[in-house]
Design a protein around this ligand. Structure first.
Ligand code: FMN
Length: 195
């Protein structure tokens, strides 16, 4: 199958990110050209896998903003999925704190009408923090498709996370649904350079 639709898979530092290679393979089998972006901490966690992940995707793995003089190394996105999304990344995104490339991309992406999906990975203690539900509500109000709660990720008790049970299939199905209903791509034909 020729992959002519582009999925930006953007991960932060929660344990399911360690399984991202298998998720990329599933997405590729479904016909996606996958570009992998990571927070700097997630990139550190995956340090020993980065060369293999670049070979698998056929694109550089990005965890930092490019320099102004540098070219855009990824094709334009049809859909972006930020998963797993840590407590930290969800809150930074909702509050507009964009020093991380992956957060900057999705923060700008909704304004460019690129479909953006996120699935948190947080435990039941983190979600007691008042900012978390405010952040989820803000992201939903911005048009982000947040897979959290019923039909999405359900927080585990602290210390009882099951990274292998993280419901990646829900994120891939959501990405698929944007393409099949024709919402994908945003303003890619005019101006959709990644930062
Ligand atoms: C072993 C381990 C597991 C972690 N699991 C989670 C998690 O499931 N969810 C979460 O929000 N943070 C988790 N953290 C904390 C994040 O890695 C930490 O807040 C980090 O700063 C997140 O950075 P990022 O959002 O830039 O990727 C974990 C940390 C470690 C060391």
């Amino acid at each position: 199958m020729t992959a002519n639709r582009v999925l930006y898979l953007l991960g932060s530092a929660a344990p399911p990110v360690l399984n991202v290679a298998g998720v990329i393979e599933k997405a590729q089998t479904a016909g996606w050209d996958v570009c992998l972006g990571l927070t700097p901490t997630a990139a550190l966690w995956l340090d020993d896998q980065l060369p293999a992940l670049e070979e698998l995707t056929g694109h550089p793995v990005r965890s930092r903003y490019k320099l102004p003089k540098d070219p855009d190394v990824w094709p334009p996105a049809d859909v972006a999925v930020l998963a797993p999304a840590t407590f930290n990344t969800i809150n930074q995104w909702a509050l507009g704190i964009t020093e991380k490339f992956v957060v900057g991309f999705v923060a700008e992406g909704t304004g460019k009408d690129i479909p953006v999906i996120t699935m948190p990975c947080v435990n039941a203690a983190f979600v007691q923090h008042t900012q978390f539900n405010l952040s989820i509500a803000s992201l939903r109000a911005m048009g982000v498709h947040v897979l959290y709660g019923e039909g999405g990720f359900v927080p585990n008790k602290p210390g009882e996370g099951q990274p292998d049970a993280y419901p990646w299939h829900l994120a891939l199905a959501a990405a698929e649904s944007f393409v099949s209903r024709g919402d994908a791509g945003g303003t890619r034909s005019t101006d959709q350079r990644s930062p």
